[in-house]
Ligand binder design. Structure first.
Ligand SMILES: Nc1ncnc2c1ncn2[C@@H]1O[C@H](COP(=O)(O)OP(=O)(O)OP(=O)(O)O)[C@@H](O)[C@H]1O
Length: 315
């Protein structure tokens, strides 16, 4: 099986809200697939339908070769799911938590597996410490270790490093890369650019619909940003002025330069010509990268939950 997830038409409706709307996705084995999108856009609901925790209102397909409707229990056994909030027991010790998860999944050689996980984590000498006393970064490493105990073939990570410092995020991603290298497939929802750039493929979701999907390298093209880089004096003042000019949809600071982007080719190029003619700054055309595309997508995203509530309220 080369496709770990293959679903079409996935839909979930709560009341009058289609929180996931006709969602298709194919995830190849070993891929790191990023789910990007604003709050309330349906990422968690999608993940929960894929792993058999939630029954879709429409749609069909397979996850790990099992039917997402008829064989949800089989899927749950083989998936590692790390939820947004720390879901282990804060008043159990680190070892007790791992042992409990091992029992739940009926892990063979549980004692040895837990000991190995503690060693891998570097927590063997703190195994008796209560999980609730760990820092955010350590809690997240423990949660990852717990959801790996039963050797899942698919990892579903829902904003796994929210609120975790950059160093701990990097360590976490080193581990994810290592797992992916071993053939574990990873689906991860994220709001962070440094996580998005780690993904092989990206799907961008808003209002429950998938708007963009493809290999990370293709995303900037799909977003359709034209970008110029500008260097020179007083970039702060230039930034304020350029933002209001016709055809400009984004001005982002990259070190000692600005990246100025537009989507309407004609209007954008007219404005760039006007600015270049001023002769005060150095302008060079730039191939838009994932960073610009990510900033553009996330900046254009209102909180979908609030937006939906507005719509409901005003109707
Ligand atoms: N059990 C439920 N009952 C009613 N509405 C729900 C339920 N679960 C989710 N929703 C709504 O569905 C929408 C999508 O929520 P979901 O948590 O899937 O989004 P998300 O993209 O994961 O957001 P976030 O990044 O904030 O976690 C939201 O408007 C949410 O309020």
């Amino acid at each position: 099986m080369t496709e770990v997830i293959a679903v079409t038409g996935l839909t979930k409706i709560y009341g009058t809200k289609r929180v996931v709307d006709d969602f298709d996705i194919t995830v190849p084995r070993g891929a790191i697939y990023g789910f990007l999108g604003p709050n309330g856009s349906g990422k968690t609901t999608t993940i929960r339908m894929l792993c058999g925790l939630l029954t879709p209102d429409a749609g069909q397909g397979t996850c790990l070769g099992y039917d997402i409707r008829a064989q949800a229990d089989r899927i749950k056994e083989q998936v590692g799911y790390m939820t947004q909030k720390f879901s282990l027991y804060e008043d159990l010790s680190i070892r007790e938590n791992l042992d409990f998860i091992g029992r739940m999944y009926r892990v063979r050689d549980r004692g040895a597996r837990v000991a190995a996980a503690l060693d891998d984590l570097g927590l063997a000498n703190r195994a008796g410490q209560l999980a609730g006393t760990l820092s955010g970064g350590w809690k997240q490493r423990l949660a990852l270790a717990a959801c790996l105990l039963h050797d899942p073939k698919l990892l579903l990570l829902d904003e796994p490093t929210a609120g975790v410092d950059p160093k701990a995020r990097r360590d976490f991603w080193d581990e994810i890369r290592r797992l992916s290298g071993q053939g574990v497939t990873v689906l991860v929802s994220t709001h962070y650019m440094d996580e998005a750039v780690q993904c092989d493929r990206i799907a961008y979701i808003a209002y429950g619909k998938k708007l963009i999907d493809g290999p990370s390298a293709d995303i900037p093209k799909q977003v359709g940003l034209e970008t110029w880089r500008v260097e020179g004096p007083d970039l702060a003042a230039l930034e304020v002025r350029v933002k209001t000019m016709p055809g400009i949809v984004q001005v982002a600071r990259f070190g000692a330069s600005l990246h100025v982007s537009g989507t309407d080719k004609q209007a954008f190029e007219n404005t760039i010509e006007t600015l270049k003619a001023e002769g005060t700054h150095r302008w060079s055309e730039q191939v838009a990268g994932l960073e610009e595309a990510f900033i553009y997508l996330m900046a254009g995203s209102r909180d979908n939950f609030a937006a939906t509530e507005d719509k409901v309220g005003s109707s």
